[in-house]
Design a protein around this ligand. Sequence first.
Ligand code: AMP
Length: 452
Amino acid sequence: MSSFNDYNFKPFIQAAIKDLGFKKPTPIQSKVIPTIKHGKSVIGKSATGSGKTHAFLLPLFNNLDVNNNSTQIVITTPSRELAYQIYENVKQIVKFSEQPIRIANYVGGTDKERQINKLKKEQPQVVVGTPGRILDLFKNGDLDINTANQLVIDEADMTLDFGFLETVDKIAAAMAQDLQMMVFSATIPPKLQPFLKKYMKNPVFDDIPTETVINQNVDNWLISTKGNDKNSLIYQLLTMGNPYLALIFANTRERVDEIEAYLQGQGLKVAKIHGGMQPRVRKRVMKQIQNLDFQYVVASDLAARGIDIDGVSHIINDDIPSDNEYFVHRVGRTGRGGMSGIAITLYGPDEDQKIQALENMGINFKPKEIKHGDVVDSYDRRRRQKYKGHHDKLDGSTLGMINKKKKNVKPGYKKKIKRAIKVKEDQNRKIEVRSQIRARKKQKKRSSERYQ
Ligand code: AMP
């Protein structure tokens, strides 16, 4: 599928796509749009930054019966910011419909009384919100979701993580029998399976591999903290150049507070955003961030999922996130819209395994260090292990020879072993170089195809 024209969307959807400037569907969109358009349930394993929001919004709004006044579509998402983000996308689409489409955004921390009063007059045709508030409005008899038969569960893994799955289950149970359910998630944890089985008969499963969502325009730098003060490292990194917009990620709210306070103390104009802040304040700061009022933003993972700004030039990871998929989400905030980006990850001496796990996911780190106020290439952190463990890559037969050596001391054996090791190492080196060239070619192809 190479063009949005192939989907025969209604004219108002086509107008919305044109206005968005999307030239061709992203991989998840080409996979999922036809399935949703045909009314089938789908599980889309795909992360933020892949274009998944429009993968469900475009076909759903295309299928919406604008003449039917009852609620038809419910979209749940675990964070208020994300709900707000999706709602903004929804607004952009509905403004092209000739007939008005009634949409509503229901999240916690907003004026429930006002929502109830409005619901007494009319029901929204499309609901976007966080599970708690949606269920709340339904249970009190204000929101009528019995009529709706399309349910999107966005960020299902996070929904599970935050303990909202039970609430989503209740929403699904209250909805129409012939439910079309669309589940989007960066990971599909086993704990999600019973829920999926309960509501989905033979869903189409589309797995968009992580490597396609790791933006190829992003340079991943790895800097060892080596006992240096992390706050001061971050400050140095931020003030070396003049980043258009830098996002600094930390694992905990406390650490977000700490970094923000430090940078502010150094005279930088910094915003912070995390789940512990008052919803009203969070919303206000988010708006300011979107308006590019700040050059530096310190954020936690949850809050950051709602940040969708095209101009993020730098990401700094104060630490490695607890979940590797969060790393993809973090890095996915930069390098958007074909622009390049830099993601800098700080790591401590005991975090080697975590980095290895990220490398196994296909993330290609470049070792760097700060020298004389500049970021320069550094040595590979595994250089010692590489030397020490250079036998690990040898196959059984060569290792057998080495082990044998300890017992048998035949003349010329030492030389033979040495030669065998050398041949094997040369072979391994060639294989590695070839696979690197192949990966580079693949990357190049992908980035030139991306969003063309
Ligand atoms: P999402 O994964 O839904 O958060 O989308 C990531 C970003 O990609 C958003 O800024 C979208 O507006 C943008 N996007 C979505 N679909 C396309 C497309 N087909 N072409 C270009 N950009 C897109």
